[in-house]
Design a protein around this ligand. Sequence first.
Ligand code: SF4
Length: 234
Amino acid sequence: MGIKESIGWTTRTWNPVTGCWGPEGSPERPNRCFYCYAHRMANRLRGRYGYPPDDPFIPTFHPQRLALPSQWKKPTRIFVCSMGDLFGDWVPPNWILSVLSIVRKCPQHTFLFLTKNPITYHHFHFPQNCWLGATADSFEASYWNATALADLPNITFLSYEPLLDLVYTNYNALWWINWVIVGAMTGPGAGQHAPEKNWIRNILHQATKFNLPIFMKHNLRPYWEGEFVQQWPA
Ligand code: SF4
């Protein structure tokens, strides 16, 4: 789909690939995708909008959606594949190449990619109008996924969302990161996994120390009374 939605740090979403075979996890380890929003939405849309009726979250390529960004004339920040993970090792490379061929034809837009598998970025060439993000929702992910963004020539960012832990301050990696996003869990797990103030403070401290623009999502407001910053990379 190419719907407008209130992600906050992006204007549109574009989902030429949906679905994911990310790990299931448990309520105790929700960073392993247990509360996946995309999975819940796909179940709700089962049998409609291209979501298969029998298994709506199975990785699915939607070639009919490829043309959408070319139809959006106004320069736009587009979040690519909000309804899955385009860089899981189960995704056929030709799906990713098809997406990138459209990105190249649309230099007026900025395409934001976000994955839990950022090492896959290194297997492809991304034009400069791509920003490459990695989810860093836990201590482990904040170390490994930040490290995986090294040496990429694009704007790179870390998404601390949902913030589930005191994240690791990866002093080496933060030198090559260009932006950070921080947000809280929403939906069924929200009450059980509220972010602590010192976790948020730690990320603000990191951003200040490394002179990084930071985007604090509105869903943090119930947990944070301090300064609220919403910045993008220059
Ligand atoms: S889309 Fe993201 S959160 Fe959902 S199952 Fe896949 S990797 Fe996990």
